[in-house]
Design a protein around this ligand. Structure first.
Ligand SMILES: Cc1cc2nc3c(=O)[nH]c(=O)nc-3n(C[C@H](O)[C@H](O)[C@H](O)COP(=O)(O)OP(=O)(O)OC[C@H]3O[C@@H](n4cnc5c(N)ncnc54)[C@H](O)[C@@H]3O)c2cc1C
Length: 473
C-alpha cells in the first residue's frame, strides 16, 4: 500500500489537513489512521449506565473521528492569544487571518453564526476593571459556541464530505511506529486496535502525526526512538470548579467564557481559567492505563443549573527532571487512587476547614454535582502543595471578579491535567527534523484547543498543496 499522505489521528487537526489538501489537490491519495471508531459509532455509555465503565480498548470521549473535539463543548476561541503558541511559529497577524478562514469552514458545515463576548462593551470594561483590581488579566477572546450535540453534527458532515471526496479512513487501527530511511519518512507501522497483534506497514511520501493529547505519550516515545527533536514543555495541573449558574450569570451572559490569567503569590506561576461551560456538565475522560481525568462540556439546548470551568496551574521543570507528562500522570494516579479509580470532588469550604467532604454534605448543598459518580473526598491529600496553593489563591482573586465564586459549597473536582507538554521542534511549515514528517495539533505541543488544532490542520493542507504545485512547476 502506498499513499501520498498518511495522517495519524482523525482529530480536528488531522481531518482539516485531509479536507484542505483535498480541496487544493483532489488527486492526492490520502489515508487517515484512527485508533477509535467512526463518529456515528461513538457514544459514551455513561448516558445510560450513569457511571464510567472504562470503555475498551479506548475511551469514546477522546478517540474516534473528530478526536477529543466530538464530545467537546465546541467552543471555538477566535483569538490568536488563546489555544496555544502557534503565533510564535507562523506570526500573530497570519494566525488571525487563518482563524477567520478556518472559522468560515466551520460556518460552511453548519456552525451557529452568533459570536459571544463582543457586544456588551461597557459591561466587559467593568469586568476588566474588577479583574485588574484582583490582579488578574482578562483576555479578549470572541467565542463561537457550537455545543456538544451540534459539534457532533458538524463533524459528522465533515466525515461524510471527506469520505465522499475519496479520503480513506482506517478506523480501529493504531499507528505503532514510523518508518524512517536516511532521515526521510517512508510510512507507518500499524496494528489492529483491539487485537494489537497484527501489524502491517503502510507506505507514504508524507506522514502527518496529529495524535492529540491522547497520543502525546506515544509520540514522545517515537521522538526518542527516531531522534525527532523535541523539548519538555509545561504541564498544566488543576481542578474543575463547579458553581450555581446564579453565581456566574453576569459573566456567562456578557462573555460566555471568561479567560482570566493570574500569577498568584508566593510562587508566581501562571494560573488561568480554561473551558468555561455555562449550564454545562462536568465530565470524565479516560486515558490509557485507566487514568481518569476530569473535563467539562455543555450542550447548546440541554442546560443544567451549574457552570463549570477549569483552573489550571502551569508547572515547568528544569535539571535534573524533565518529564512533565510523567509528573502529571503521577499526580492524577494519586488522586485516582484516593477516589478508588473515580474523580474526586471536595467543597471549597471543607478545604479551608482542613476536612474531607462527605456524601451527605454534598446532598444538602445548593450545588448538586453534574458528574454523579464523582467521589466525595479530600483532593488536598494528593494535589502538590504548590498546585493547591496556586489554585486557592487564584480562587480568592476570582471572587473579586465573580462574588460568590469562593463560596463554601463551590465544588472542586480533580484531577484536571492537560498532557500536552512534549513540544516537537517544528519549522514554520510544521516539518520535523525528519524529511516529510510533520506534526500537528495538541500532540505537537503547539496547540491546546479546537480552533488552533483545526487551524494547524487547515494550514497543513495548504502547505502540502503549495509544496505540490511548486514541485510541478
Ligand atoms: C470533554 C472535552 C471538552 C473540550 N472542550 C473544548 C472546547 O470547548 N474548546 C476548545 O477549544 N477545546 C476543547 N477541548 C480540547 C479539544 O477537543 C482539543 O484541543 C482538540 O480536539 C485537539 O485536536 P487534535 O486534532 O490535536 O487531537 P484530538 O482531538 O485529541 O485527536 C487525536 C486523535 O488521534 C487518535 N490517535 C492517538 N494516537 C493514535 C495512534 N497511535 N494511532 C491512531 N490514532 C491515534 C485519537 O484516537 C484521536 O482521535 C475539549 C476536550 C475535551 C476532551
Amino acid at each position: 500500500m502506498k499513499y501520498d499522505l498518511v495522517i495519524v489521528g482523525a482529530g480536528p487537526s488531522g481531518i482539516f489537513t485531509a479536507l484542505e489538501l483535498n480541496r487544493e489537490n483532489p488527486n492526492k491519495k490520502i489515508m487517515i489512521i484512527e485508533q477509535g471508531k467512526a463518529i456515528e459509532k461513538r457514544n459514551c455509555p455513561k448516558d445510560i449506565t450513569k457511571k464510567c465503565i472504562s470503555c475498551q480498548p479506548y475511551c469514546n470521549i477522546t478517540t474516534g473521528f473528530a478526536g477529543a473535539g466530538a464530545f467537546s463543548d465546541g467552543k471555538l476561541s477566535l483569538s490568536p492569544e488563546v489555544g496555544g503558541d502557534l503565533p510564535e511559529l507562523i506570526g500573530y497577524d497570519f494566525t488571525q487571518q487563518m482563524i477567520e478562514y478556518t472559522d468560515s469552514i466551520y460556518l460552511e458545515f453548519g456552525a451557529d453564526s452568533r459570536v459571544e463576548g463582543v457586544e456588551a462593551k461597557e459591561e466587559i470594561k467593568e469586568i476588566r476593571r474588577k479583574a485588574i483590581e484582583a490582579g488578574l488579566k482578562l483576555v479578549d477572546c470572541p467565542i463561537r459556541h457550537l455545543g456538544t450535540e451540534k459539534a457532533q453534527e458538524i463533524y459528522k458532515k465533515i466525515e461524510k464530505y471527506i469520505i465522499d471526496k475519496g479520503v480513506e479512513i482506517k478506523f480501529n487501527t493504531e499507528a505503532a511506529d514510523i518508518l524512517v530511511e536516511d532521515g526521510r519518512i517512508k510510512g507507518v507501522v500499524v496494528t489492529d486496535s483491539s487485537k494489537k497483534n497484527i501489524s502491517e506497514e503502510i507506505y507514504a511520501d508524507t506522514v502527518v502525526i496529529s495524535a492529540g493529547r491522547k497520543g502525546a505519550d506515544w509520540l514522545k516515545s517515537i521522538c526518542v526512538k527516531h531522534n525527532i527533536a523535541h523539548r519538555a514543555g509545561t504541564v498544566d495541573i488543576g481542578v474543575r470548579v463547579e458553581v450555581r449558574n446564579e453565581v456566574m450569570e453576569r459573566v456567562n451572559n456578557i462573555l460566555y467564557e471568561s479567560k482570566l490569567i493570574g500569577y498568584p503569590r508566593p510562587f508566581r506561576d501562571k494560573v488561568r481559567t480554561f473551558c468555561q461551560n455555562p449550564g454545562g456538565y462536568v465530565s470524565q475522560e479516560n486515558y490509557d492505563n485507566n487514568l481518569a481525568v476530569v473535563n467539562g462540556h455543555s450542550y447548546k439546548d440541554r442546560k443544567t443549573n451549574n457552570t463549570n470551568l477549569a483552573i489550571l496551574s502551569s508547572h515547568n521543570f528544569r535539571y535534573p527532571f524533565n518529564e512533565p507528562i510523567k509528573y502529571g500522570a503521577k499526580v492524577a494516579e494519586l488522586l485516582n487512587m484516593l477516589g478508588d479509580g473515580k474523580i474526586l470532588v471536595q467543597r471549597y469550604g471543607d478545604i479551608l476547614d482542613g476536612k474531607r467532604t462527605w456524601d451527605h454534605e454534598l446532598s444538602r448543598s445548593n450545588v448538586k454535582p453534574t458528574l454523579p459518580d464523582a467521589v466525595a473526598g479530600d483532593i488536598t491529600s494528593a494535589l502538590p502543595y504548590r498546585t493547591m496553593t496556586n489554585i486557592l489563591n487564584f480562587i480568592e482573586a476570582l471572587n473579586v471578579v465573580v462574588p460568590g465564586f469562593a463560596g463554601t459549597e463551590t465544588l472542586l473536582y480533580a484531577p484536571e491535567v492537560k498532557f500536552y507538554s512534549n513540544k516537537v521542534e517544528l519549522s514554520a511549515e510544521f516539518e520535523t527534523n525528519i524529511k516529510n514528517l510533520y506534526c500537528l495539533g495538541d500532540a505537537s505541543g503547539w496547540t491546546r484547543g479546537l480552533m488552533m488544532s483545526s487551524l494547524m490542520g487547515v494550514r497543513m493542507g495548504q502547505i502540502l498543496g503549495e509544496k505540490d504545485s511548486n514541485t510541478l512547476l
